[in-house]
Design a binder for this molecule. Structure first.
Ligand code: SIN
Ligand code: FE2
Length: 221
């Protein structure tokens, strides 16, 4: 399915268009990019989470992740004691993951295009929910079959401090504040950069309460 390509900000004056901040050679932070679609995104997310509830997955090393995880789209990222991988079925229900809502596909396609990656058609959307204190250790996204397509991330709810590193775990990371509606796209030469999230600070977001939700769109299969 080819999502509609559209300009979310067609009606905006140039100075009101969201700010795109380059954070790597082929990496961009798109401030507030998803805000025009937020009232379509949140109910779509609720529908997904009713069918495929968030759960704390276990790493191959036996640790329970601090984030609650679910997915939508043809493939969902999972981890258990046998490893990290993508699966076409939700291991909790043994059913296919909920379909990718059209608004998600269109948003991710549009953000990728804005960052210079044409024809991005995600087949996977990983949903991570962070409560205050939850974090994501530095890692590379490398469970996908190929690395040609970028990673497209959407942040909702409480702010996060995103770590955007280099190609070795020990490389110094940039610290990038991610707010409700912000999107980050990294691909091409930056596709395998290490990244992570510092523990989320206590707080209450007016729309989402005491949580941060991150959606990561990928071409996995
Ligand atoms: C991830 O790398 O899977 C999540 C990144 C984020 O929560 O911003
Ligand atoms: Fe990641």
């Amino acid at each position: 399915m080819q999502p509609n390509t559209f300009d979310l900000f067609a009606d905006h004056e140039p100075e009101q268009r969201p700010r795109a901040e380059q954070i790597g050679e082929q990496s961009w932070l798109l401030h507030g990019f998803a805000l025009p679609l937020i009232e379509q995104i949140l109910p779509a997310l609720d529908t997904i989470l009713a069918a495929a509830p968030l759960r704390h997955m276990v790493t191959p090393g036996g640790f329970s992740m601090s984030v609650g995880t679910s997915s939508c789209g043809a493939l969902g990222w999972i981890t258990d004691r046998y490893g990290y991988r993508y699966s076409g079925v939700d291991p909790l229900s043994h059913l296919p993951w909920p379909p990718m809502p059209e608004v998600f596909a269109a948003l991710a396609h549009s953000a990728a295009a804005q960052a210079g990656f044409a024809d991005f058609n995600a087949d996977s959307c990983l949903i991570n929910r962070y409560v205050p204190g939850a974090k994501m250790s530095l890692h590379q996204d490398k469970d996908e079959k190929a690395y040609i397509a970028p990673i497209v991330s959407l942040s909702l709810g409480l702010p996060a401090m995103f770590l955007f590193g280099g190609f070795n775990r020990s490389d110094k990371s940039q610290r990038i504040a991610l707010l409700h509606g912000d999107m980050v796209v990294w691909g091409g030469v930056d596709r395998l950069r290490f990244h992570g999230v510092l523990p989320i600070k206590q707080g209450r977001h007016p729309r989402l309460g005491e949580q941060r939700i991150n959606l990561t769109f990928r071409v996995a299969g």
